[in-house]
Design a protein around this ligand. Structure first.
Ligand SMILES: NC(=O)c1ccc[n+]([C@@H]2O[C@H](COP(=O)([O-])OP(=O)(O)OC[C@H]3O[C@@H](n4cnc5c(N)ncnc54)[C@H](OP(=O)(O)O)[C@@H]3O)[C@@H](O)[C@H]2O)c1
Length: 208
């Protein structure tokens, strides 16, 4: 895992920055992607200052081109355009979707994304239930389990990445279709955060 380059598409946003910080802290090689090069460079510089390691900021396309694992941390609405933009650099690579559709949905974002990707791509769906605020607080472990579904090759990498985050346990939760359950469950967590005025409501699996 340490030799792989992880490109975060939409790495300038809340979740992308949080994951980048945690992975860079764990000595992984991470590239920040954005639609705008200046924005990518600015956020990469900020992350570099926080972690004490040089971080590269690139366009989403270039970040995808030089990466082995591509983590999608963009809003659902942007998926079609962004995949079209980076698609030529995805052949044979691993894609991890963190994306949750804005409303309860019968099809998961991950399944929709799979249809947009080149057939040679491996996809996993993960990290939906980790709030970005928990990730950004480097003083604290993240009190969360992560459910991972999708293709075996991609699940293996997503589980390794999740377990680089202190406090996180990650589990193989089956085929990509199970992402419907996990993505929709995130709406429950969002509701609970609002209802109970919290920021980090998540879940743990027990008995395993
Ligand atoms: N926030 C969380 O705690 C959390 C937790 C779990 C899962 N998620 C999922 O992670 C994804 C990102 O969430 P977030 O809160 O990090 O979002 P965000 O901060 O609003 O956006 C992330 C980045 O996506 C890019 N972006 C924004 N609108 C776009 C569009 N229409 N097309 C393409 N790119 C666009 C922006 O980057 P540039 O302007 O630099 O291109 C932005 O910095 C969502 O799908 C969400 O469901 C979030």
């Amino acid at each position: 895992m340490n030799r792989r380059v992880i490109g975060i598409v939409g790495g300038t946003g809340n979740l992308g920055r949080g994951l980048a910080l945690r992975w860079i802290k764990a000595s992984l090689e991470v590239v920040i992607g954005s639609r705008y090069i200046e924005k990518a460079e600015k956020v990469a510089k900020e992350i570099g200052e926080k972690t004490g390691r040089a971080v590269q900021g690139l366009t989403n396309r270039d970040a995808t081109r030089i990466s082995d694992v591509i983590v999608l941390t963009i809003p659902f609405d942007g998926v079609r355009n962004i995949i079209e933009d980076v698609s030529r650099h995805l052949d044979g690579k691993i894609v991890i979707s963190t994306i949750v559709p804005p409303i309860f949905s019968e099809r998961s974002a991950a399944e929709i994304i799979r249809e947009l990707l080149p057939r040679s791509t491996y996809i996993a769906s993960a990290f939906h239930n980790i709030g970005y605020k928990a990730l950004l607080d480097l003083e604290k472990d993240v009190e969360s389990d992560v459910a991972v579904c999708g293709d075996d090759e991609a699940k293996k990498v997503a589980i390794e990445l999740a377990e680089k985050i202190p406090g996180v346990r990650a589990f193989d939760c089956g085929p990509l279709e199970h992402s419907r359950i996990i993505e929709n469950f995130t709406h429950l967590l969002i509701y609970m955060n609002r209802k109970h005025r919290k920021k980090e409501v998540s879940y743990r699996f027990t008995g395993i």
